[in-house]
Design a protein around this ligand. Sequence first.
Ligand code: NAP
Length: 306
Amino acid sequence: MLWDVIIVGGGPAGLTAGLYTSRARLKSLLVERAFAGGQVTTTEWIENYPGFDEAVSGIELAQRMEKQAKKFGLEIIQGSVREISIDGKIKKALFENGETYEAKSIILCTGANPKPLNIEGEEKFRGRGVSYCAVCDGAFFKGKRLAVIGGGNSAVEEALFLTKFAEIVYIVHRRDQLRAEKILQERVFSNPKIKLIWNSVPEKIDGDDTVTALFLKNVKTGESARLDVGGIFVYVGYNPNTKLLENIVALNENNYIITDDAMAASQPGFFAAGDVRQKPLKQIATAVGDGATAAYSAEKYIAENF
Ligand code: NAP
């Protein structure tokens, strides 16, 4: 069967693209590796998505987006795309299970994964005190001292979340100013459970069965310090999930997909939306905008080329 559109990735960008392509009566298939929602589902409360004056939980928002898209005919399957190829105007997605799906256009919404620190002990203690998801793992750290690495919105939001469980949360940041938005900074500075450690980078993670210490280096003085912590949450940014696409569409120097204003990637019939594409602001609000635009562009592309 030839689909009009295959959407790869089921976060807010993909689900919105699917909502719009389905309402345009395009035969639309969304492929998701795990379950719909993407990174949103790892956020406890979302306060800055318009329309929800009371914060909405990440899981609820994702489930509602999924239900809405399905209501208009979007087909969602679980699977992992191993390879994408092009045969004339037909695009082919080869799945890990050996199946191949064909489409007239593809919308790439594969998002991004947390960046590791790449320091000694990180791999060894991954899942044993080193985590990249406070909402998933925070409750295991009741009464512990924790370190959160990074100074962006993710680090600060998750540090605030972790104060629900932890005795104390250290935010370790490599500069002396947070990158996070000001309203979040205000909350951090007024939270007695959060302590900021400025101008410091993690060097090594140590422990026995689980993490017991984080070794830091002050980038101004060069001094090293040991921080006794039972858990470390890493929020130093994200890597886009574009490995699959290296030879298909143009990527920037950080491997994000380059698109134009219509969300078109460099290869005809390929569009990208959400955190996987190069853009200045990564938010749910911008991801859904990308998804709607990509759907509109895919519809136009199909009308003009098939
Ligand atoms: P981010 O904004 O890229 O921030 C990453 C932080 O980690 C920065 O403070 C950076 O320091 C630090 N960092 C980077 N590499 C490091 C390293 N090797 N060692 C130590 N520290 C390092 O990433 P994010 O906070 O995950 O956010 C990603 C995107 O999602 C952003 O666009 C963000 O606005 C968005 N987001 C929004 C919300 C929200 O609106 N509520 C929530 C979460 C995420 P520097 O500051 O010195 O560069």
